[in-house]
Design a protein around this ligand. Structure first.
Ligand code: FES
Ligand SMILES: [Fe+2]
Length: 373
C-alpha cells in the first residue's frame, strides 16, 4: 500500500514524521465525502477546494466525467488550478509540465522532454450524486456503493428538496456534536426550531450493529416552533413534536422531525421534513457543510412560503449555529477536546458515542497501515 503526502510516496519511516500526522490524524479517510455541488465543476474550468487538509482540484473530462487531483504540482508545488486545462489534461502554469486525469506526468516541454514517474500527482475517485460531487481520499479501494443513499433527491421523488451550503469555522466534530444533541433547538433556536419548555423531553439513544447512532426526542403538548407552524396549521396551537437524528460515519446525518395533532399517534401528510446534513472537514478547524430538507408531497407551500422556510433554516444555521460553533472553536483553539475535560450530561450521550466511534475508525485505519500513532 502506498500513501502519498504532498504528492510524494510515503515510506513507513516517513509516517513517524510529525507533519504526516498533522495531515493524516483525526479524519476517517476511507469514506466518501461531499466535496462540492456538481454544478460548481463546470466543463472547461477547474474548481479547487481544500478537503481533509489537502488541496484538491476538480475538472471534467470532455466526456463530462469527473477528475479529482491533488492541487499541487510535484515540481515546485504550485497549485495546479493556476495552470490551464488542455483537453483532458492539466498544464501547470509555472513551467508547463502536463498531467493526465490519473495524475501521471505525460509531457515535459523542456530539455530532453523526459518525464519521471516520481513527478506524479495524487488522484482521487470522484462521483456525481444527488447534485453533489463525492470524493474518496483514503488508501482503500473506493467503492461507489458506499456513497450514502439519499433517494429523496432522485428525479422521480415527489419530495420538494431545499438545499444549501455553509462554510463554518469549526472542527467537524463540534458540528457533529451540535447535530447529534438536538437539546440545543430549545435554547439556541428557541421559538424557531424548538421551545425552551421542551427541555424536559425524554431522549432515547440507540446504536445498531453497524455502529450507526440514532437519537430520538418526543415532546407532547408543545408550543409549536415557527418553522413547524409554517408547515403545519399556522394557528400556533399546541402540538406533539418529535425529532430524530441519525449519524453514520464519517459525518452523514439524517433528520426526521415534525409536529402533529396532540395524541394523534402518527404523522400527518405535512408538518414535518427529512433533513440531510453532510459535514466535510476542510481543516481541523473549518468545515464544508452541505444541508438539505426534503418536504413530503402533502406539504402545501407556495413559492413565498418555500422561500420563508429556506430563510428560516438558513437563519438557524448561519446566524445561530455557525456563530455559536465558531465561538466554540475560538475558545478551544488548538486544545484537544478531551484534554479540556468537558462537563458531560445526559444530552451528551449520542455525541460521546459518536466521538468514540470516530476514534475507533481512525485508529483502525492507522492499524491497517501497520502504523501506531
Ligand atoms: S511548478 Fe509545475 S511545472 Fe514547475
Ligand atoms: Fe442547530
Amino acid at each position: 500500500m502506498t500513501i502519498y503526502v504532498l504528492g510524494l510516496p510515503l515510506s513507513l519511516a516517513d509516517r513517524f514524521h510529525p507533519d504526516y500526522w498533522i495531515l493524516a490524524m483525526n479524519f476517517i479517510r476511507n469514506a466518501w465525502y461531499a466535496a462540492c455541488q456538481s454544478q460548481q465543476v463546470r466543463s472547461g474550468e477547474m474548481f479547487h477546494r481544500v478537503l481533509l487538509e489537502e488541496p484538491v482540484v476538480f475538472y471534467r473530462k470532455q466526456d463530462g466525467s469527473l477528475v479529482a487531483l491533488r492541487d499541487r504540482c510535484p515540481h515546485r508545488f504550485v497549485p495546479l488550478h493556476l495552470g490551464k486545462l488542455q483537453g483532458d489534461e492539466i498544464e501547470c502554469g509555472y513551467h508547463g509540465l502536463r498531467f493526465d486525469c490519473t495524475g501521471s506526468c505525460v509531457s515535459n516541454p523542456h530539455g530532453d522532454n523526459k518525464t519521471q514517474e516520481s513527478a506524479r500527482v495524487q488522484s482521487y475517485s470522484a462521483h456525481d450524486r444527488y447534485g453533489l460531487v463525492w470524493i474518496w481520499m483514503g488508501d482503500a479501494p473506493a467503492d461507489s456503493t458506499r456513497i450514502p443513499h439519499y433517494g429523496l433527491h432522485d428525479a422521480d421523488s415527489n419530495y420538494q428538496v431545499v438545499s444549501g451550503y455553509l462554510h463554518v469555522g469549526a472542527n467537524y466534530l463540534l458540528m457533529a456534536d451540535n447535530l447529534l444533541d438536538l437539546s440545543h433547538l430549545m435554547y439556541l433556536h428557541d421559538g424557531l426550531l424548538g421551545d425552551r419548555d421542551q427541555a424536559g423531553a425524554k431522549q432515547v439513544v440507540q446504536e445498531d450493529e453497524q455502529g450507526r447512532l440514532v437519537c430520538r426526542r418526543w415532546m407532547p403538548n408543545s408550543k409549536v416552533p415557527a418553522v413547524f407552524d409554517l408547515l403545519y396549521r399556522r394557528d400556533q396551537k399546541l402540538v406533539d413534536m418529535w425529532t430524530e437524528i441519525r449519524w453514520m460515519a464519517p459525518s452523514y446525518f439524517w433528520f426526521d422531525g415534525g409536529v402533529h395533532e396532540p395524541q394523534r399517534g402518527e404523522r400527518e401528510d405535512h408538518g414535518w421534513w427529512y433533513g440531510q446534513h453532510l459535514l466535510t472537514p476542510e481543516t481541523k478547524s473549518t468545515t464544508h457543510y452541505h444541508f438539505a430538507a426534503a418536504l413530503p408531497p402533502g406539504t402545501q407551500l407556495d413559492e413565498n412560503d418555500k422561500a420563508t422556510f429556506a430563510e428560516m433554516r438558513r437563519f438557524a444555521f448561519a446566524e445561530q449555529d455557525k456563530v455559536m460553533l465558531e465561538a466554540q472553536q475560538a475558545a478551544l483553539g488548538d486544545s484537544d477536546f478531551w484534554a479540556m475535560k468537558p462537563a458531560l450530561f445526559s444530552v451528551d450521550a449520542a455525541p460521546v458515542r459518536m466521538r468514540r466511534a470516530v476514534e475507533r475508525l481512525v485508529n483502525a485505519e492507522i492499524a491497517e497501515g501497520g502504523v501506531q500513532p
